[in-house]
Design a protein around this ligand. Structure first.
Ligand SMILES: Cc1cc2nc3c(=O)[nH]c(=O)nc-3n(C[C@H](O)[C@H](O)[C@H](O)COP(=O)(O)O)c2cc1C
Ligand code: SF4
Ligand code: SF4
Length: 318
């Protein structure tokens, strides 16, 4: 008969083995369905969604690195991309933050809205605030969508940065001033970004396409249970504080679901996907959200409270 001791031992061993076993399970293979359009790169599109700037900074460094090589680059927020320009593009790079172990739904929607890419080489990157995230699979989500549009996958990367997950500011980081990634991105991060640009370029010039695999991880598994909806259950009183609000519109601009109504200073918490875009971008502390009866603070307030400053790479100084 199994003793309590052996039961506990077996359970611990199983729990320890689970991530290893599950990481061997391949849940999707991402590979080209069509030949590569061309090995010559004349124009690159580097497009991103960024809520607090990390993905944007990496995207700009990628863009400037291509420019340095004499390549024309269209770059910026993916929502501003003029899809009519797609036929001139020889390489497309898409970046997104990791939200709830995946890329945000509206980035997936954007990719789905793209026209046929007709063999354009495509690459992905994510910025993430882990270390416990699901970064590889999240970057795979970008490529998965692009391959469905007949993009040809050539690269994938993930850059660790400071986390913008507001719920953790008061809890996880409460007394920690410079916990590992709270000082990222740094100059090493940007070196990795530059190297990634070089890697993608050389893969295209060699005509190499890559195969990427999404593997089953516990984090991936949990995405099926929509962690944002669970997180929503612990956040109370999500409203706009009329007295503090200067109606600058930053929160409305960042909200991917049009959930903020400045006429009534209210938030539609049914449609809100708890991305924290509003609270993270309000400089007037006018977005109210509470966790455990305490006001949640936004990204900028967190940086200020902890005197966190980030050195910019040379490309972003000009
Ligand atoms: C709503 C939300 C959910 C997040 N979920 C994760 C996550 O699951 N894993 C992770 O590593 N980082 C997570 N983060 C941290 C962000 O991925 C990270 O800070 C990223 O660099 C933000 O990029 P941005 O500055 O371009 O918006 C989350 C941040 C937010 C706001
Ligand atoms: S960002 Fe802040 S100040 Fe600006 S409109 Fe939104 S709540 Fe008001
Ligand atoms: S209202 Fe909700 S969905 Fe909109 S920015 Fe704020 S947290 Fe994100």
């Amino acid at each position: 008969m199994e003793t309590r001791r052996t039961f506990i031992k077996k359970s611990v061993l199983t729990a320890a083995a689970l991530p290893v076993l599950s990481s061997c399970v391949n849940i999707s293979t991402i590979k080209a369905k069509v030949p590569m359009k061309s090995k010559k790169i004349r124009k690159v599109a580097v497009l991103w969604y960024s809520q607090t700037g990390n993905t944007q900074k990496c995207g700009k460094v990628l863009a400037k690195t291509f420019e340095k090589e004499g390549i024309a680059v269209i770059y910026g927020d993916l929502r501003d991309f003029n899809q009519a320009e797609i036929n001139d593009v020889d390489l497309m790079v898409i970046g997104a933050p990791v939200f709830y172990y995946d890329i945000p739904d509206f980035v997936k929607d954007f990719i789905q809205s793209l026209p046929d890419l007709k063999g354009i080489p495509v690459a992905a990157y994510v910025s993430f605030g882990g270390p416990e995230g699901n970064q590889h699979n999240a970057a795979c989500s970008i490529l998965e969508g692009l391959v469905q549009k007949n993009g040809v996958p050539v690269g994938l990367n993930a850059f660790m940065t400071i986390s913008s997950y507001s719920l953790s500011f008061k809890t996880k980081y409460k007394d920690i001033k410079t916990k590992d990634n709270t000082i990222l991105p740094d100059m090493n991060t940007y070196n990795n970004v530059r190297q990634y640009a070089g890697f993608i370029k050389s893969e295209v010039e060699k005509g190499n396409t890559s195969v990427f695999k999404k593997t089953l991880t516990l984090r991936e598994f949990s995405t099926y249970f929509r962690p944002q909806w669970w997180a929503k259950m612990v956040v109370d009183n999500h409203t706009i504080i009329e007295k503090k609000c200067v109606e600058c519109g930053a929160c409305v601009e960042k909200c991917p679901t049009d959930s903020i109504d400045l006429n009534t200073f209210s938030v539609n918490t049914d449609t809100c996907v708890l991305c924290f875009g509003c609270i993270n971008n309000c400089d007037y502390q006018a977005v109210n959200m509470e966790y455990d009866k305490e006001k949640i603070i936004g990204f900028n307030e967190f940086l200020e409270e902890n005197n966190l400053k980030f050195e910019l790479p040379v490309e972003l100084k000009t």
